[in-house]
Ligand binder design. Structure first.
Ligand code: AMP
Ligand code: MG
Length: 474
């Protein structure tokens, strides 16, 4: 790795220096050859004992300057003035052969100054979940943090049970969260805010300038991101401001889940009792998070906060239109529509409404539109077959053949997604030391649009297999 550690050069109140805490017996779960290649790294070398020791936190590689970042956040709407990297350590920033900058972070690397009562560790379940889902999201075209590697530690982690420990190597263009800005805004630290804003612009939005430019880009990126989540039936599950990425990446895969049967009010997270982060609430939460970012940026926009509010509010108000446009574009494409007509929203909403009432599987229904098998997903097939003619009429108005529309749909409606029950199966096996289901799932998820119609991972869960609740695993 070729390190250039810009975060470590920031004022030292913005992080704490912390080496990873060594583990007993590193064991390889996976190195990601696709990502390694993008980063200009040799996947085979990453799997050697020398680099396994780095990925487990037992050896600090030359040029790394490990640190834990300071951040704060609103958790379920409640202000928490201090969070920070309690179980993640940034080794440094690797510069790839194309000049791209990659934060290389070890998640589960031991206690830091921000750990509070936590052990700083991760068990194999959340590590496997984040590896599989973040890489699946990437293959689905969704901006996300990535997974370069996963290793076991040979140590036990104590949660509800004694569980095998693991470390994830998470990689991203930055780990700048809304909560990072909030930490310094709450302390009146305008200098730190300016440094963070400059870093966020340089890393994510090199074409934009100034705090309002940053806010406008972050708002647009969130609108795009959440529209993509919704078009895939993805529920993040913990959209706290510390898990809201300023660069518009999906970050922190905790109790995330994919819809099986579609319902807009669906919640999976065991800790989300009020349904704050339900599927259909995600755009509202995203704009709420952006409002928190806006309020952090006010002192950078104008020395007189009263004069800063108006332009910041104007930028925030763009979210609604951007979101509507992104959502419509995504769902039009899911229906094979290449042009925009009035009435498209009503057509899409009518389908979703029928899906909700008929317990239709989200992924299989949309893929079924491309394959002519959607009706079978409805408890009451008439709910589909009475909608279908309006869709066909709308398609006819496009002037393109049903075949052409179906081919286009198969490129945006995935055949395989990281189904909740498949992830659980992979985790259960991994706890027993069997990583074969993990590798099989990882391989299939790398080509989500290509699986054959009879591919076993396309199946919806049986009632016995259905996952009703997910856990953050901290
Ligand atoms: P999360 O809910 O995963 O986004 O984490 C919220 C906060 O809890 C962050 O500050 C984490 O660093 C911290 N945290 C989560 N799990 C642990 C752990 N096992 N040890 C120490 N801190 C943790
Ligand atoms: Mg988090």
């Amino acid at each position: 790795m070729h390190f250039d550690n810009s975060y470590a050069r920031l004022p030292d109140r913005m992080f704490t220096r912390q080496d990873p805490v060594p583990v007993a017996a590193p064991g390889l779960i996976a190195v990601n050859p696709r990502l390694a290649a993008e980063m200009g790294l040799d996947a085979a070398r990453l799997a050697t004992p020398e680099w396994l020791a780095v990925l487990a936190g037992n050896r600090v590689p030359p040029g790394a300057e490990p640190l834990a970042q300071a951040y704060a956040g609103h958790q379920f709407g409640n202000w928490v003035p201090q969070l920070g990297d309690g179980r993640a350590i940034l080794l440094g920033e690797h510069i790839g052969p194309d000049g791209r900058r990659w934060d290389v972070q070890l998640k589960g690397a031991g206690r830091t100054a921000w750990s509070r009562g936590g052990d700083g560790r991760a068990w194999v379940g959340p590590v496997i979940r984040e590896y599989l889902v973040s890489e699946a999201m990437h293959a689905l075209g969704v901006p996300t943090t990535r997974a370069l590697a996963a290793v076991t530690t040979g140590e036990i982690v104590y949660r509800e049970a004694r569980l095998p420990g693991a470390v994830l190597t998470r990689v991203a263009a930055s780990h700048l969260r809304v909560g990072t800005f909030q930490y310094f805004a709450a302390r009146g630290d305008t200098e730190a805010l300016r440094l963070l804003a400059d870093m966020a612009l340089a890393r994510h939005y090199p074409g934009a300038t100034g705090p309002l430019g940053l806010l406008a880009e972050a708002v647009a990126a969130q609108a795009r991101l959440v529209a993509q989540w919704m078009a895939l039936g993805f529920i993040h599950g913990v959209m706290n401001t510390d898990n809201a990425h300023v660069g518009g990446l999906t970050i922190d895969y905790g109790p995330c889940a994919f819809l099986d049967a579609y319902h807009p009010d669906r919640v999976f997270s065991s800790i989300d009792r009020g349904g704050r982060y339900a599927y259909a609430n995600q755009p509202q939460i995203a704009v709420w998070n952006m409002a928190q970012l806006a309020s952090c940026l006010l002192p950078l926009i104008d020395a007189d906060p009263d004069r800063a509010i108006e332009p910041a509010t104007e930028v925030l108000h763009r979210f609604a239109d951007l979101w509507q446009a992104e959502w419509l574009a995504r769902f039009r494409a899911k229906l094979g529509l290449a042009t925009a007509h009035e009435g498209d929203r009503a057509l899409i909403e009518a389908l979703l409404d029928r899906m909700a009432r008929s317990g239709a599987d989200f992924t299989r229904t949309f893929r079924g539109l491309a394959e002519g098998t959607a009706a079978a997903e409805f408890r009451d097939p008439a709910a589909f077959t009475t909608w279908e003619p309006t869709w066909h009429a709308r398609l006819a108005a496009e002037g393109r053949s049903l075949e052409a529309a179906r081919a286009a749909m198969a490129r945006v409606n995935p055949a395989v997604i990281p189904r909740n029950h498949r992830i659980e199966d992979a985790i259960d096996a991994a706890v027993q030391g069997d990583f074969a289901p993990f590798h099989a799932l990882d391989a299939a998820l790398a080509q989500p649009f290509d699986a054959a119609p009879d591919h076993p991972l396309r199946a919806a869960p049986t009632p016995q297999e259905t996952v009703h609740q997910t856990f953050c695993g901290t």
